[in-house]
Ligand binder design. Structure first.
Ligand SMILES: Cc1cc2nc3c(=O)[nH]c(=O)nc-3n(C[C@H](O)[C@H](O)[C@H](O)COP(=O)(O)OP(=O)(O)OC[C@H]3O[C@@H](n4cnc5c(N)ncnc54)[C@H](O)[C@@H]3O)c2cc1C
Length: 284
């Protein structure tokens, strides 16, 4: 089936009324995933709703205790925004290291989330930062944590009459880091990525979040490990039992996959690199 038309609304209200006017529509953001899928016959929408003209979705704003990122913010903008670098080191590095300059120019944060690829770079960062997704339709607006969105993906995933509009991240004082191993297009090695977020009080870990990507269908947090490190000093994050918990989490997630032995080993190095990224210094 061919795409019959590309609709170009100027406002969100128009997007919502297009949902009721047209059937078999798909949102078009940067097109870096969707246009390939259409070309390869994996998706066959009749209408594309291009969000490119909606300025309200391209903003990054400080709103009270949060940073609010529009779903149409590109990776280029994310990696160049001072506010992102200032508050979310992990997100900044993830955006900066994604794809090529051409891809970063086009690809959006919203598209990366909704495409839901196992190795998506942005999602582990958002989960570790306690981000909330704002999803709207003509009738309602729903708020869901990015973590829950992927835990309950089949139930929660964006529907044909919905659009992801914003991502809200609490602006807390924390150390955050991201690291990814390998290249998306590499045929030689499997990829693993990790995002971490650490809140420290009186030199002890007050709260810790670690999210692993490309070691399962969706990125996930290692909750047992997160609880184990609370109250400990930062040095403890390099303890053998911490690294063992990561290995176990990878094993449990992808037991039967051929890449499991490699990824189980790789996760330890990737985690240390994410810590280095958070601390801004070499610890290996
Ligand atoms: C050469 C190449 C290299 C790449 N390298 C990387 C990499 O290193 N890391 C990485 O993570 N990804 C990478 N990607 C993947 C891709 O660029 C990202 O997934 C990108 O962020 C998708 O965003 P987009 O704006 O292009 O989305 P689109 O392709 O426009 O859309 C993707 C999907 O999301 C839906 N969608 C988009 N926005 C919304 C919205 N606001 N509301 C509802 N639904 C929406 C679309 O309908 C579609 O189903 C690469 C891709 C290519 C081609």
């Amino acid at each position: 089936m061919e795409v019959l038309d590309v609709l170009k609304p100027e406002t969100l209200t128009e997007v919502k009324s297009l949902f009721t006017e047209y059937q078999n529509c798909k949102i078009l953001a940067g097109g870096t995933d969707l246009l390939l899928d259409i070309k390869n016959g994996k998706q066959s929408p009749q209408y594309l709703i291009d969000l490119g003209n909606i300025k309200a979705l391209k903003k990054i704003e400080k709103v009270r205790k949060d940073i609010v990122i529009g779903s149409m913010v590109s990776f280029k903008t994310l990696s160049e925004a001072k506010i992102i670098k200032q508050y979310f080191n992990s997100l900044y590095h993830s955006a900066k290291g994604m794809g090529s300059p051409q891809i970063r120019n086009l690809a959006t944060i919203g598209g990366n989330i909704i495409n839901g690829a196992p190795a998506a770079d942005i999602t582990p960062c958002l989960i570790s930062l306690d981000a909330t997704l704002v999803i709207e339709s003509a009738e309602y607006e729903r708020f869901i944590s990015c973590e829950q969105y992927f835990i309950d993906y089949d139930k929660e995933k964006v529907r044909e009459n919905e659009v992801l509009t914003k991502i809200i991240i609490p602006k807390k004082k924390r150390l955050t880091g991201f690291y990814k191993l390998g290249k998306r297009n590499s045929l030689a090695i499997a990829r693993v990525n990790t995002a971490i977020s650490i809140e420290v009080k009186q030199n002890k870990i007050k709260r810790f979040a670690v999210c692993l990507g490309a070691v399962g269908r969706y990125p996930f947090r290692v909750l047992e490990l997160e609880k184990m490190v609370v109250g400990k000093s930062l040095d403890y994050l390099l303890a053998d039992e911490v690294l063992e918990k990561l290995e176990n989490a990878v094993f449990a997630s992808i037991k039967t996959r051929k890449t499991m032995p490699f990824k189980k080993e790789a996760i330890k190095g990737v985690f240390k690199k994410a810590l280095e990224n958070a601390y801004g210094e070499v610890i290996l």
